[in-house]
Design a protein around this ligand. Structure first.
Ligand SMILES: C[S@@+](CC[C@H](N)C(=O)[O-])C[C@H]1O[C@@H](n2cnc3c(N)ncnc32)[C@H](O)[C@@H]1O
Length: 216
């Protein structure tokens, strides 16, 4: 996807992917990122790639962990901080802007320009609607880059499985075989769930949500 595709989506408020009340699967499987019962949350720093203005960031912060995110659109990040009711500190760098507040840092720009030193230590990655937002030819580059910049941090990954011929992405179909193909050389992969997308994907196509735990 060209950057202009996403900038135009945010500009025109065509953000059907945004979940106003957050994602129930993060809550259900949060132990992957925060330890059992969230017991270790205060020691965690979770990276949210391609974060948009997801409410899941508010939920993670409410659990007491630190959050770092990466997002192309400054429109999204302005709205994210408005929704959080937090006034960020904004700094410019050669790679884009950095919006920050206590326990929260968001890198505004192309995720592929970020390096390990930019984002610092992270203990886990929460990928919802990130891997599936990218077309086939970018997905391996993204997966390898994510592994690199997070130093193989464990991941909670949520994808969609559906017949790609029935709908052009995004979101693209990323099934269990594709996740294995992208990540099996770096992680042990456990599929935690396959559940029906109620009403179908974009209310058009029968689809399943898949949830994966990627650990070392
Ligand atoms: C499908 S949305 C998902 C947003 C969020 N994860 C959620 O669950 O609501 C994908 C997001 O990725 C952002 N994006 C796309 N390509 C990007 C890139 N190369 N670097 C950073 N962000 C990117 C888009 O602007 C968009 O907000």
């Amino acid at each position: 996807m060209e950057h202009s595709f996403w900038h135009s989506k945010w500009h025109n408020n065509e953000i059907g992917f945004h979940e106003p009340t957050g994602n129930a699967l993060l809550v259900k499987y949060s132990d992957v990122l925060l330890g059992p019962n969230g017991d270790e949350a205060s020691q965690k720093r979770i990276f949210v790639p391609l974060c948009g203005k997801t409410r899941d960031i508010a939920w993670l912060l409410s659990k007491g962990c630190q959050v770092a995110g990466a997002e192309l659109s400054e429109v999204a990040i302005t709205q994210l901080f408005d929704d959080l009711d937090i006034t960020p500190t904004v700094k410019s760098s050669s790679k884009g802007k950095v919006y920050s507040a206590p326990n929260l840092t968001i890198f505004v720009g192309d995720i592929f320009s970020l390096r390990r030193d930019d984002i610092g230590k992270v203990t886990g990655v929460y990928d919802r609607a990130a891997l599936v937002a990218l077309p086939d030819d970018l997905r391996r580059k993204y997966a390898n880059h994510l592994v690199d910049i997070t130093h193989n941090a464990p991941q909670l990954v949520i994808t969609f499985d559906y017949d790609q011929s029935e709908l052009p992405g995004p979101p693209f179909c990323v099934n269990d075989e594709m996740v294995a193909d992208l990540y099996a050389s770096n992680y042990s992969i456990l599929q935690l769930e396959r559940s029906n997308v109620e009403g179908g994907l974009k209310r058009k196509v029968k689809a399943d949500s898949l949830v994966f735990k990627l650990s070392l």
